[in-house]
Design a protein around this ligand. Structure first.
Ligand code: 4NP
Length: 157
């Protein structure tokens, strides 16, 4: 069976989207669905290419038994022809993804959405950027993402 491919996207690809990727991978493992999916994350920006996720996010996720293993990369036009779903963390990411797609790709393969379209518990319409804030912001991002990533899986099941 063809795998479903999902790309989570934020700005730097060191905080929110690697966390979303790891939460989704963890959820798929718990549900026995790993084989059916390809999961990745990327940033719209290029500053952190090749770096591990922010240690504050890795530590916060580790406390929930979620391992963040990804290395940062930047989204490319090829991603629009590879991924079934491209899920943005906030409105700015969403616009930048759409702009890149409109400039570079003529096909409509990928479904581009905001991850918070799938929220149920939290009201936040965007995943807030925790990078310049305190440690509690990282836990809050994980709480939000556990809710909306779960909602996303339910929406496609
Ligand atoms: P992310 O967070 O988009 O969730 O990975 C950020 C990481 C780095 C920067 C901004 C946001 N930065 O400006 O370097």
């Amino acid at each position: 069976m063809k795998k479903i491919s999902v790309l989570f996207v934020c700005l730097g690809n060191i905080c929110r989207s690697p966390a979303a990727e790891a939460i989704f991978i963890n959820l798929l493992e718990r549900k026995g669905l790993t084989e059916g999916f390809i999961v990745d994350s990327a940033g719209t920006g290029s500053w952190h290419i090749g770096k591990k996720a922010d240690s504050r996010m890795r530590i916060a996720a580790e406390r929930r038994d979620i391992k963040i293993l990804s290395k940062a990369r930047q989204i490319t036009s090829k991603d629009f022809d590879v991924f079934n779903y491209i899920l943005a963390m906030d409105d700015s990411n969403f616009r930048n993804i759409q702009d890149l797609k409109n400039r570079t790709v003529s096909t409509d393969f990928a479904s581009i959405k905001k991850i918070q379209d799938f929220r149920s518990v939290f009201d936040e319409q965007e995943v807030p950027d925790p990078y310049f804030g305190g440690d509690e912001g990282f836990d809050y991002v994980l709480d939000i993402l556990e809710d909306s990533v779960n909602g996303f899986l339910e929406s496609i099941s």
